[in-house]
Design a protein around this ligand. Structure first.
Ligand code: SAH
Length: 582
């Protein structure tokens, strides 16, 4: 639920905005409410009766958790229900704390809240919205991860949703390949006479039923003379958008030159519309080629164009050249509108060491929003359960890292929402570096961190990384052995705990022995060495030895070797590097 929508209802006289309000009726119901208030960071609302408590909480809360039978909850909220766009999400729980029922506002937070409440109570979440049950996208939030917004005036969500649920053909129409996320196979770009899902920044009059999404694609460049009134700037912006046949819902930001960043009229317009105001240095604007440069403007602010150059500062195409408000002479403001280039989304996803429980929630979220998943087959298989219907999967065998990075970046650049998956942490000997070496500023990138082999193995061994440590890969495939040797030597002299990645492979045997010999020269003979193979996988093996008596035969391709520093000890069978507390 949007903050803004709720704040519209909030009455300051009655109290401050509340995220989650909880109401209990019986003694146990109140206990559950108090527990959930702590667990969810919410507030228990008391009143002379539950009816009064609900009435008080309704206008102030994003969400309500009612600890009572669903029948009672429905009767209490019925008089207040207005519109799903502004009503708080409502979840009811039974006094036995067995079920958390998403009652209303399923796609405005109630489904998620029911799941969180269920976790906090050890209860079962009950979610009945059809799209969630069928794994279909919620039309209210389609493409929200990529900034798409449903146009409230063109939102036949019930009719289009019904077609999706029935499995009837729905036609997707996009002016540009803006990312949407995965869509069911019944959504087609071929012409049909079925309902429409349209993504457009233009003013359109589609056949109905239709849902129209507005991509954050337009930049409105504005120049203003000192003291230009907000009303005039606002009228000019409206006029320019209308002239261009463009929707104000697609405006991503207003842009101007630095000297105008604090111009009150401009700031007022930006604030009133909820558009960020971005300012650029005159030297940046001066370098942008525009159709209508002006020497007068150069003399005033040091760039031949403000409105057109600022609109084009992110690249893209000029849709509405510089305009002034008809009937204002001299003009107080100039406006131009540009369309930003399509921005794809590349999510670089960590899947952890192996156990599905160690895949971060953020990774799960990013995967459900992806329409293309790229990765090594074993990692892709690890995440298949999280993909929504309609997601394309490109799995490739080991050794094709460059091809994978190229594929993922190219698809993101073409406007898709791509997830590139790696084992462990995507940024540790993973796919993040090759992908980011190829991705330019034209691709939106999200990196989801995860649990790397070193910390996973450390957890199984005890606490070997409790003090300064470093990671070294012994693979000399891409790094000359002379470089690796120098780093091992430095780690030995620096008394770092060392995690050795890629310690051994089918044709690489002697490197591990040499590395351990170097480390042994700077460590007592009984310094512990932990070897973990297949951490957090069914075939997991954990062994411990010492630097003096180390058998490299215990180490395989899927092992990691953790060598202690001079302080590391075995305590109670666990490998511990002390932090130095007495
Ligand atoms: N991005 C990965 C590392 C890839 S390099 C990560 O952050 O963990 C591959 C090396 O990582 C393997 O040779 C092995 O040394 C180590 N490794 C990866 N997963 C492992 C696991 N589950 N158990 C033990 N070692 C692992």
């Amino acid at each position: 639920m949007s903050q803004v929508g709720r704040q519209g209802h909030a009455s300051p006289a009655k109290g401050a905005h509340v995220r989650v309000a909880l109401v209990g009726v019986t003694v146990v119901g109140r206990q559950h409410a108090a527990h959930l208030a702590d667990a969810l960071g919410g507030r228990v609302v008391e009143g002379s009766s539950a009816r009064v408590a609900v009435a008080d909480a309704w206008p102030l809360a994003d969400a309500l958790v009612l600890c009572m039978a669903t029948g009672a909850a429905i009767r209490l909220i019925a008089p207040h229900l207005a519109d799903k766009g502004v009503d708080p999400a409502v979840v009811a729980i039974d006094d036995g704390a067995r079920f958390a029922v998403a009652l209303t506002g399923g796609h405005h937070g109630a489904n998620d809240l029911a799941r969180r409440v269920a976790v906090a109570l050890g209860a079962q979440p009950v979610v009945t919205t059809a799209s969630d049950v069928l794994g279909l996208p919620a039309l209210d939030h389609l493409g929200a991860a990529f900034g798409l917004r449903l146009d409230p005036d063109l939102a036949d969500t019930a009719a289009v949703g019904a077609a999706l649920i029935a499995g009837n053909p729905v036609q997707l129409v996009r002016d540009r390949p803006w990312p949407v996320g995965p869509l069911p196979a019944t959504v087609t770009t071929d012409p049909t006479d079925g309902p429409l899902i349209m993504v457009s920044d233009r003013l359109v009059d589609p056949r109905r039923p239709a849902v129209v999404y507005r991509p954050p694609s337009l930049v409105v460049g504005v120049g203003a003379s000192r003291g230009a009134p907000a009303a005039e700037i606002g009228a000019l912006v409206n006029e320019a958008l209308r002239r261009g046949g463009l929707s104000p819902h697609s405006v991503h930001h207003l842009a101007t030159v630095e000297a105008k960043a604090r111009e009150p009229g401009l700031r007022d317009v930006a604030e009133a519309r909820g558009w960020p105001l971005v300012s650029h240095l005159p030297s940046v604007l001066a370098a942008i080629e525009v159709p209508n440069p002006s020497p007068i403007v150069t003399a005033a602010v040091g760039t031949p164009s403000v409105a057109e150059a600022a609109a084009l500062a992110e690249g893209g195409e000029l849709l509405v050249p510089k305009r002034t408000l008809p009937g204002t002479n001299p003009a107080t403001a100039t406006v131009a509108v540009a369309r930003r280039p399509v921005r794809g989304r590349l999510a670089l996803i960590s899947t952890g060491p192996g156990d599905a429980e160690l895949i971060p929630s953020l990774a799960r979220e990013a995967l459900t929003a992806a329409d293309l998943v790229v990765g090594l087959d074993q990692y892709v298989n690890r995440v298949r359960a999280f993909l929504h219907p309609g997601t394309t999967v490109l799995a490739s065998p080991i050794g094709e890292e460059v091809a994978r990075a190229d594929q993922a970046v190219a698809a993101a650049r073409a406007g898709r929402s791509v997830a590139l998956v790696s084992g462990g942490d995507v940024g540790v000997y993973g796919m993040a570096s090759p992908a980011l070496e190829r991705a330019g500023a034209d691709v939106d990138v999200v990196v989801v961190p995860g649990i790397t082999a070193a910390t996973a193995a450390a957890a199984l061994l005890g606490s070997p990384l409790g003090h300064d440590h470093c990671a070294i890969s012994l693979s000399d495939l891409l790094t000359p052995w002379s470089v690796i040797r120098r780093r091992v030597q430095a780690a030995a002299e620096g008394d770092f705990v060392v995690s050795l990645y890629n310690p051994r492979s089918r044709d690489r045997h002697w490197q591990l022995g040499e590395a351990l010999a170097t480390l042994a020269e700077h460590r007592p003979p009984n310094t512990p060495v932990g070897v973990v193979t297949d951490a957090f996988r069914p075939s997991q093996r954990v062994t411990m030895a010492t630097v003096a008596a180390f058998d490299a035969a215990t180490v395989g391709m899927l092992s990691i070797v953790l060598v202690g520093n001079t302080q590391t000890r075995v305590i109670g069978g666990r490998m511990v590097t002390p932090r130095g507390y007495r």
